[in-house]
Design a protein around this ligand. Structure first.
Ligand code: ADP
Ligand code: ADP
Length: 211
C-alpha cells in the first residue's frame, strides 16, 4: 500500500515568493524507511510539514494511507492524519512528567497497557528512571529523546522525523539508530526522515529522496 503519495506538489511561503518546492512527486510503501537528504534550505523540512498538514501546498495533492488529505477541495487537519512527528521545535508539554508526556497519545489503551508501552519507549531512548522528571529538568538531548518516545508510542502508520538525533552524542546516536530501525520494522511503521548525517542514511534508511 502507498502510505505517502505526493502528486505534483508545489509550494511557496507566500504569493510572489519563489517556489520552494516545484512539482514534486514521490510515493512511499508500507514499512519503508526513507531518508530525505539535500543541502540546507532545499525544502526538506517543508516536505514533512506539508505531509503533516502544517503547511498547505500551492498546487498538487497529498494522500496518506491512500486517503487524500489535501488537494484543491480537501484539507484533513494534522490531528486527523494518523501521522506521528518528531520535529526539532516540537516541544514537550512542560506541565506533564516524562511518563505522562509519553502516554499522551495512548488514551485509547487500558491503563496497564499504557504504562507498559511508555516504559518500553523510554527504554528505547535510554531514559528508564526518568519517568517522574519534568521537561525543564532534562538536557536538550534528553528532551529530544522523550519527544521521540512520545511520537513512537501510539505506533502511527507514518512517522515523520526532522533531524531527530541532532542533539545526541555519537555513542547514543549509534545505539538509538539500530534499536529504532528494529522498532519501526517490527511495528511495520513507515518512516520519512530528514537528515544531513550520512551515518543515519546508512544505518536506518532503506533508500533516500534527494531534494
Ligand atoms: P531544509 O529543511 O532543506 O533546510 P526548509 O524546508 O527548512 O529547508 O526551508 C526551505 C526554504 O524555505 C529555505 O530557503 C527557507 O529559508 C525557507 N523558509 C523556511 N521557513 C520559512 C518561513 N516560515 N517563511 C518563509 N520562508 C521560509
Ligand atoms: P547533555 O550532555 O545531554 O546536554 P546536560 O549537561 O545539559 O546534558 O545535563 C546533564 C545532566 O543534568 C542530565 O542528566 C540532566 O538530566 C541534568 N539536568 C540538566 N538540567 C537540569 C535541571 N534544570 N534540573 C535538574 N537536572 C538537570
Amino acid at each position: 500500500m502507498n502510505i505517502v503519495d505526493i502528486r505534483n506538489v508545489s509550494f511557496a511561503y507566500a504569493r510572489n515568493q519563489p517556489l520552494i518546492i516545484d512539482d514534486l512527486s514521490f510515493s512511499i510503501q508500507t514499512g519503508e524507511i526513507v531518508g530525505i537528504v539535500g543541502p540546507s534550505g532545499s525544502g526538506k523540512s517543508t516536505v514533512l510539514r506539508l505531509i503533516a498538514g502544517l503547511e498547505l501546498p500551492t498546487k498538487g495533492s497529498i494522500s496518506v494511507a491512500e486517503k487524500v488529505v489535501v488537494d484543491d477541495s480537501t484539507f484533513v487537519p494534522p490531528e486527523r492524519r494518523g501521522v506521528g512527528m518528531v520535529f526539532q521545535d516540537y516541544a514537550l508539554f512542560p506541565h506533564l512528567s516524562v511518563a505522562k508526556n509519553v502516554e499522551f497519545g495512548l488514551h485509547r489503551l487500558a491503563r496497564s497497557e499504557r504504562k507498559e508501552r511508555a516504559q518500553e519507549m523510554l527504554e528505547l531512548v535510554h531514559l528508564s528512571g526518568f519517568e517522574k522528571r519534568y521537561p525543564h529538568e532534562l538536557s536538550g538531548g534528553q528532551q529530544q529523546r522523550v519527544a521521540l518516545a512520545r511520537a513512537l508510542a501510539p505506533r502511527p502508520n507514518l512517522m515523520l522525523m526532522d533531524e531527530p538525533f541532532s542533539n545526541l552524542d555519537a555513542e547514543l546516536k549509534a545505539s538509538i539508530r539500530s534499536e529504532l530501525r528494529e522498532i519501526l520494522k517490527k511495528a511495520q511503521m513507515t518512516c520519512l526522515f530528514v537528515t544531513h548525517d550520512q551515518q543515519d542514511v546508512e544505518d536506518i534508511c532503506d533508500r533516500t529522496i534527494r531534494m
